[in-house]
Design a protein around this ligand. Sequence first.
Ligand SMILES: NC(=O)c1ccc[n+]([C@@H]2O[C@H](COP(=O)([O-])OP(=O)(O)OC[C@H]3O[C@@H](n4cnc5c(N)ncnc54)[C@H](OP(=O)(O)O)[C@@H]3O)[C@@H](O)[C@H]2O)c1
Length: 317
Amino acid sequence: MLPIEVLLHVARILCALTVVTSISLVTHQRMLDRKMKKFWPGKNVILTGCSSGIGREMALMLADLGANVVLVARRGGLLEKVAQECRDRIKARGHSTKVVPVQADQGVAEDCERIVQTCISTFGGVDVLALDAAAQMYAYYEDHPDPIKTAREIMEVNYFGALRLFHLSLGSLKARHGTLLQVSSLAGKAGTPYTTFYAASKAALSALYDALRFECEGKINFCVAYPGFIATAAALRHQGEDRIGEAMHPLVCARKCLETAAAGYDDRYLPLVGKLLLPLKHFLPSVFKAGVRSRMPSREQHKRVEALWLARHPETQ
Ligand SMILES: NC(=O)c1ccc[n+]([C@@H]2O[C@H](COP(=O)([O-])OP(=O)(O)OC[C@H]3O[C@@H](n4cnc5c(N)ncnc54)[C@H](OP(=O)(O)O)[C@@H]3O)[C@@H](O)[C@H]2O)c1
């Protein structure tokens, strides 16, 4: 066979693969769109962490989709703004659903009771517990003045807060064949520098839901989304705004998180390449570590990145 014929064969195979992949991606997305339209309308949802970032986009999308939502965050002013935007969207779409803002801290036991009680008394029960709120951190272990104290504070919000809300909603979720949707992080699957306790809190949640998935089989779905780098203020502050091109848009991430629950996926990696890279951690650990190192700024670089962010966004001090 002449070299040109070989090249033509390869080109044909590549074309066929591209067509098949494109068709399956489009078909898959259409299936997810149908599931979103079927799953969310009329659902009673508790959504924590929706005053900014991914949670804010999820709240607006839920309003569009016709869900009743208890919106939770600590910053009351921002939360009320999001609630008003949701009400405007509900009205524009002609839905008869409602949003109720609850200013609360996921790390405080009494606040968790108030959140679940509000959903049950206002809407009659909890169909979806969507946990997006998280205490975040970006510092080396040794740079924390009191690492144990910081670790406890992070676990209190990310792990115990999530567990408490689940515990308080359990009866309702079971009775209504509900869903727990956790916005986790790739850091929970592979800890990276600067994220020690945060990564540990997300890893603890993964193990918790893996076990609960068996115990509550057929009664409650546990759906976990693992975002990588998403272009929210919280992430750009540390990664640098010049890296925005590498990040997923928060709106895209929010939609994919809601799709995760609608499709009943156990785990979903955002983007998918995160899932493809994780096996390297086990099979080629030195390649994995080199990859992580190459993407992480040094402590000096990080100081400069954060100083630049604060100079550009003094309101986020
Ligand atoms: N952006 C990324 O690259 C990325 C990557 C992986 C995973 N994630 C995950 O995505 C989720 C959202 O992150 P984001 O980037 O959108 O950050 P964000 O804009 O800071 O959102 C975090 C939300 O959680 C709320 N929150 C924080 N602590 C809380 C508490 N104790 N009680 C109640 N609400 C609390 C914040 O509101 P208040 O301050 O008003 O309470 C805010 O609405 C987090 O779970 C994060 O771990 C993000």
